[in-house]
Design a protein around this ligand. Structure first.
Ligand code: 13P
Ligand code: SF4
Length: 316
């Protein structure tokens, strides 16, 4: 696109004309975050989709997020600017595999991370995101068996914090699984004064919780946070430097909102190629042509909505 100024104007004009709202995830490229009405983590985006009075939602994120918005607001037109924006973590389990797992544990409660397809959510009792997984697990009576899916690092984190024994699906996100304890240790040594912010999907999470537990890592300046929690943290911290262990798209807003502080990715190449598929010109085309609409079959959507609503009730 030659003239970005024109594109931004046109996107804003179309938004007004069509009563559309643009929701963007914290990992989107900078210029997409900048054009969005609301940029946030998965939980806050679901809450925004539930509340908006717009007729159309252009969802700048990955497919399962747009599906969630469509399930929550079935009477709105939900668009995703690129249908190929998937998620390697959501791909680690399908509805058939979950049904088989449930057969092995017929009395278990199923908690699915929001990074799952609508069909998987429809087979689940609860959804959760990285910001409320602990709360959701804690809300389930202690005598109930729990199947947690699909992220093994978030599952291990929730099990550790709640002290619950969970059956955990062995799924992982290729971006976060690649952030290892060695990466954290190296950055820590070089920046001893910095606050360390870690997304619980990271491959380093489980061993780091153990290090924090046995005192090898100072617990005061290590924080396990959702992407939304990471955005909020620097506003209230006295630290000047922050080491960020998650997808690097989050640095755009952190730097923009805190120009006097320094933010360093723990791993420069922690980049989600799916999140980066959404570009300004695709957002414009999406609004112009009203593509690509994300619609879930009614029966699947109704069942999936129950699991999402339970999560939203616990989180509100
Ligand atoms: P958040 O819910 O923390 O935004 O994370 C979503 C995600 O896809 C992490 O990879
Ligand atoms: Fe999925 Fe990982 Fe990308 Fe998040 S970062 S959307 S979990 S592939």
């Amino acid at each position: 696109m030659e003239d970005r100024g024109w594109a931004v104007k046109e996107i804003n004009r179309l938004k007004k004309e069509k009563n559309a709202v643009i929701l963007a995830h914290n990992y989107q490229i900078g210029e997409v975050q900048d054009i969005a009405d609301f940029t946030a983590d998965s939980l806050a985006l679901s809450q925004a989709a539930a509340k908006t009075e717009a007729d159309m939602i252009v969802f700048c994120g990955v497919h399962f997020m747009a599906e969630t918005a469509s399930i929550i607001s079935p009477d709105k037109k939900v668009l995703i600017p690129d249908l190929k924006a998937g998620c390697s973590l959501a791909d680690t389990i399908n509805a058939e595999e979950l049904r088989e797992w449930k057969k092995e544990h017929p009395n278990a409660v199923v908690v699915s991370y929001v990074n799952t397809t609508a069909e998987v959510k429809a087979e689940s009792d609860y959804c959760c995101t990285s910001s409320n997984a602990v709360k959701v697990v804690s809300s389930i009576p202690e005598d109930r068996e729990i199947l947690f899916l699909p992220d093994m690092f978030l599952g291990a984190y929730a099990a550790k914090v709640t002290g619950r024994k969970l059956h955990i699906w062995a799924g992982e996100c290729h971006v976060h699984a690649g952030i290892r304890p060695e990466d954290i240790n190296k950055m820590r040594e070089a920046n001893p004064e910095a606050d360390m912010l870690i997304h619980p999907e990271c491959g380093c999470t489980t061993s780091l919780i153990n290090y924090v537990g046995n005192g090898s890592i100072k617990s005061e300046d290590t924080y396990f946070l959702s992407t939304g929690g990471m955005i909020n943290h620097p506003r209230h911290s006295n630290a000047k430097e922050f080491l960020v262990a998650t997808e690097t798209g989050i640095l755009h807003r952190m730097r923009k909102e805190n120009p006097d502080k320094t933010f360093c990715p723990v791993k420069e190449d922690a980049v989600c190629k799916y999140m980066k598929m959404i570009t300004l010109d695709k957002v414009l085309t999406s609004l112009q042509e009203e593509i690509y609409e994300v619609k879930i079959p009614k029966e699947v959507a109704l069942r999936a909505k129950k699991a999402i609503d339970r999560m939203l009730e616990i989180s509100n």
